[in-house]
Unconditional design. Structure first.
Lengths: 304, 270
């Protein structure tokens, strides 16, 4: 997951006058980065868009333009269409639960507890571990055996990853377990930025705990909310490692996501053109969500 | 206060429940197959360390640790060098073209890499870099540059220009002014860049699986993936492998936890 930071981007030339002309460094400072960026990101992305309209098989240069055929195939492809639904459901579940849990953990840890430093480390620690390894661990925790793992602990008899109606939510559960601590630390940084005087003033005015949260803390937490929603939404839309390791899209197509479908189409079936068409759909989702979130969430941000 | 005490008890209970998977991981890795099937939830009695020895050699973790370390360290050096220089230019240039270039870099943060995944594979393959450290280093440097440039540019814009100007009035070139005066001032953001990129690169799975799978240059997550696939039914062995695979980054995290958590949460101040 690539973290996205919500800095306040301003044009470099806005509101400043040229005071010292020698202050601008020469072009060659940016040249090496630009070359690597163009080679590794820009050129492949542009080619990807082109391939999405071809029937390229990935071998040799033998391909022809097929117009929108890949996208028509996609509309009739049960696996791909199902994966879009799964991806959206997973994303909504992860965003809601991960941030809800993250916020509660942050509020708990933010109170002046003796164990707060230790709790913070415990809740955050899964974030630094490889998602593939976390998925393998949870694959065992989700063991259908009633005496082992989560079933053994809770006295249940659920086939967490084998039951098509449960598997998707089980995947969401392991992602939330791993990343709730990430949301927590971002909310914590937001909470630390809320001036204590505001709380004291609200208390003097007779505001209760909930009212102080609702009218003092919550509005000032807006930047943290923006970042958390963006990070978890983009992470959810691109989800691959956990699904690939835990279920590989199964049972049936029950946990197939856009990322697992495009992987299989390319590296299992050799349909590279079709695979990039699926990738383009994913890219459009991510871009749309980023734009909407930046636009709407920025408007409710206030400063202390 | 009584309320704080109650909250403390609740939070500790939540933490204990939260750690259940970790308890399972460690306790199973210390059991033999008989114990695992008889009493999967109980503490290991007696604990056995046999799984660790077998997992270490079966998962080829020694070589993978070297591969992961080389790839992560060289990529980080390249990212910091290329990213900070480019950001210094982008933060200080006054032209519209410079601003356009900055936006072009930001585009890379939003773009999912899957879009360019296949053409990039073809390119890296044409360069003869599939199955090499160099191929992975090129990939990570490119793919993480937008985010790195973004963090550095934001920080440099908030930095007074006078530091570099003073050095230049004293006769320093742009290059000297940047490397001697400006770059040392970037230490806080360099720390953030280092931590976020290191965790991402160390744990990344998809691309090393595709580029390095079967090459003998696999990184830790790819080796662990192959190892688990091979010994899937032997939970004790698999879990010992998972513990060993996760241990290096967890140890580094625990040693530097304040900085790591600060790095991850500093997105706010960006």
């Amino acid at each position: 997951m690539t973290p996205v930071t919500a800095g306040r981007a301003r044009p470099a030339h806005a509101g400043r006058r040229r005071r010292f002309s020698a202050a601008a460094p020469p072009w060659f400072f940016a040249a090496p980065a630009l070359v690597v960026y163009a080679l590794v990101v820009l050129y492949p992305a542009v080619s990807g868009v082109v391939y999405a309209f071809t029937d390229w098989s990935g071998i040799g240069q033998d391909m022809s333009f097929v117009g929108l055929a890949n996208f028509r195939t996609l509309l009739g492809d049960e696996q791909a269409m199902g994966s879009i639904g799964n991806t959206l459901l997973l994303t909504v579940a992860i965003v809601a639960v991960q941030n809800g849990v993250g916020l509660l953990l942050a509020l708990g840890v933010h109170a002046r507890l003796k164990s707060r430093a230790l709790l913070r480390v415990i809740f955050f620690s899964p974030v630094v571990v490889s998602p593939v390894m976390v998925a393998f661990l949870w694959k065992y925790i989700y063991n259908p055996d009633p005496s082992a793992g989560l079933n053994g602990l809770l006295g249940l008899h659920v086939d967490w990853l084998g039951d098509p109606s449960v598997a998707l939510w089980s995947i969401a559960g392991m992602v939330v377990w791993q990343y709730a601590g990430y949301s927590m630390v971002i909310f914590l940084a937001g909470l630390e930025g809320v001036p204590r005087e505001l709380h004291e003033a609200a208390m003097i005015d007779g505001a209760g705990t909930f009212q102080r949260f609702r009218y003092v803390t919550w509005p000032l937490l807006a930047p943290a909310v923006t970042i958390n929603l963006m990070l978890s939404t983009i992470g959810g839309l691109k989800l691959f490692d956990q699904v690939f390791a835990a279920t590989n899209g199964g049972p049936g197509y029950a946990t197939e996501t856009l990322s697992t479908v495009l992987y299989k189409q390319a590296f299992v079936f050799g349909k590279f053109g079709y695979s990039t068409a699926v990738a383009l759909v994913l890219a459009l989702f991510v871009a749309a969500v980023s734009l909407v979130q930046v636009y709407y969430l920025r408007r409710r941000e206030v400063t202390a | 206060m009584r309320r704080t005490f109650l909250l403390e008890i609740v939070m500790i209970a939540v933490a204990v429940a939260f750690l259940f998977p970790v308890y399972s991981l460690v306790s199973l890795s210390l059991k033999d197959p008989g114990q695992i099937s008889r009493s999967p939830l109980a503490l290991p009695d007696p604990p056995t360390f046999d799984n660790y020895g077998s997992a270490w050699s079966a998962a080829a973790l020694g070589p993978s640790l070297v591969n992961s370390t080389v790839i992560t360290v060289v990529s980080l050096v390249a990212l910091i060098a290329l990213g900070s220089f480019a950001a210094y230019f982008l933060a200080r240039v006054q032209s519209r073209l410079g601003y356009g270039l900055y936006i072009l870099f930001l585009l890379g943060i939003v773009l999912p890499f899957q879009l360019g995944m296949i053409p990039l594979y073809e390119l890296v393959s044409d360069l003869g870099l599939i199955g090499t450290h160099a191929g992975m280093i090129l990939f990570y440097t490119g793919i993480q540059l937008p985010f790195t440039v973004f963090l550095y540019t934001g920080f440099i814009r908030a930095l007074p220009r006078e530091y570099a100007s003073a050095a230049q009035i004293d006769g320093a070139s742009h290059l000297t002014a940047f490397t001697r005066v400006v770059f040392p001032l970037l230490r806080p953001i360099t720390g953030t860049v280092l931590i976020l990129n290191a965790v991402f690169i160390w744990n990344d799975f998809f691309t090393p699986l595709v580029y390095l799978g079967g090459s003998g240059f696999e990184t830790v997550p790819v080796s662990v993936f192959a190892f688990v696939g091979q010994y899937v039914s032997d939970h004790g062995l698999v879990f010992a492998g998972l513990v060993l695979g996760a241990l290096p980054i967890v140890v580094v995290f625990l040693a530097l936890q304040r900085y790591v958590i600060k790095g991850f949460s500093s997105g706010l101040k960006g």
